[in-house]
Ligand binder design. Structure first.
Ligand code: 2AM
Ligand code: CA
Ligand code: CA
Ligand code: CA
Length: 261
């Protein structure tokens, strides 16, 4: 991939501009629609931000493909060449109900390999980013390689859908760890694991745009980011995932039945 530094600068600039649009939207009436259920919502701002980023990326890199959650690139069936994977608002329910704890996310892949990953926590102004092989950062500060902490000594974030899918396993993981947390943004939960504030994040169904940016950042600090059945991530479908320290990953694989989810 060429122009890595230039891409990095452009992506951060676009994401900050997009964040400005999101903050400004708090003064306007939000249009909210149900996608598949009462808890699966989309707003006019999810679509506005996706389109905004699509236009920026396609103007600067016209030969590259783009996949986004809401409308863009749902016909993509392979990861050949350069593919941008965009989640315009990760944590839409938080955006609607808390006006906080949501992120804009971009992952750039080349022939299926993660190259650049960005998770921007808009309201806390924290940009988590990584360039493959060059390390991961929060704003200007390099994230440390994670300490390989066992489950008993750390906090674990889970998706609420883990409780719906397997209440018993969620309870057992809660008991075996220092405690459970639920933020409601896969990206921000991944960023918390990458920052050493959690030992794992477990979610039984994440889409490619929930995974793409965070996987690059997580792997850059030494975390495991895999499917719950032990296989590597497939960015062309939904995955049951775990992001964890290697030690915690091994413990969860050995002692819990989440692999059946
Ligand atoms: P989203 O806000 O971009 O939809 C909530 O636990 C986390 O799971 C969020 O990161 C949310 O992303 C993601 N998620 C993935 N699929 C979802 C779905 N069908 N309904 C709600 N949240 C979903
Ligand atoms: Ca969504
Ligand atoms: Ca998402
Ligand atoms: Ca989203």
């Amino acid at each position: 991939m060429d122009r890595i530094e230039k891409r990095d600068g452009l992506i951060k600039m676009w994401m900050r501009e997009a964040a400005g649009l999101l903050k400004a939207s708090f003064h306007e009436k939000l249009e909210i629609q149900e996608k598949t259920s009462r808890t699966d919502l989309v707003t006019n701002m999810d679509k506005t931000i996706e389109l905004f980023l699509y236009e920026k990326i396609s103007a600067a890199f016209p030969d590259e493909r783009i996949m986004g959650e809401e409308t863009i690139g749902h016909d993509i069936t392979d990861l050949k060449g350069i593919v941008w994977i965009v989640d315009p608002i990760d944590g839409t329910l938080n955006f609607i109900k808390q006006q906080s704890n949501f992120a804009i996310m971009i992952g750039v892949y080349e022939n299926g390999e993660g190259r650049l990953g960005y998770i921007y926590d808009v309201m806390h102004d924290e940009m988590f980013w990584a360039i493959k092989g060059k390390g991961a950062f929060c704003n200007g500060k390099r994230l440390k390689k994670i300490e390989d902490i066992p489950l008993a000594e750390g906090l674990v974030a889970i998706s609420h859908r883990l409780i719906a899918a397997d209440e018993d396993e969620a309870r057992k993981i809660g008991k075996a760890s220092s405690g459970l947390r639920m933020v409601g943004s896969a990206g921000l939960e991944t960023a918390l694991v990458a920052s050493g504030k959690l030992v794992a994040y477990i979610a039984p169904s994440l889409a490619p745009w929930d995974i793409a940016a965070g996987k690059i950042i997580a792997e850059e600090v030494g975390l495991v980011y895999r499917q719950l059945n032990g296989q590597s991530i497939n960015l062309l479908k939904n995955n049951a995932v775990i992001v964890a320290t290697p030690f915690t990953y091994q413990e969860i694989m050995a002692n819990f039945s989440v692999g059946q989810l």
